[in-house]
Design a binder for this molecule. Structure first.
Ligand SMILES: [Zn+2]
Length: 61
């Protein structure tokens, strides 16, 4: 399960071609930040669950 601060890969890469996102907020909505260009996207949790591909790094590991 993903958590705040984890780095995740999404089913589609960002427009900047990177596909590494940091989870910066968790709640009803989940906010992720592209680790390459800093772009922030907010998604309802249900949509995020559909769009996440895998966790690349757990926070603190
Ligand atoms: Zn980006």
């Amino acid at each position: 399960m993903y958590d705040l601060g984890d780095i995740v890969e999404m089913r589609k890469p960002h427009a900047c071609q990177a596909n590494r996102w940091e989870i910066i907020r968790m709640g009803m909505d989940i906010k992720i930040k592209c680790t390459k260009c800093g772009h922030i996207v907010m998604l309802p949790r249900r949509e995020f669950n559909k769009k996440i591909k895998k966790i690349l790094e757990k926070k603190g590991e």
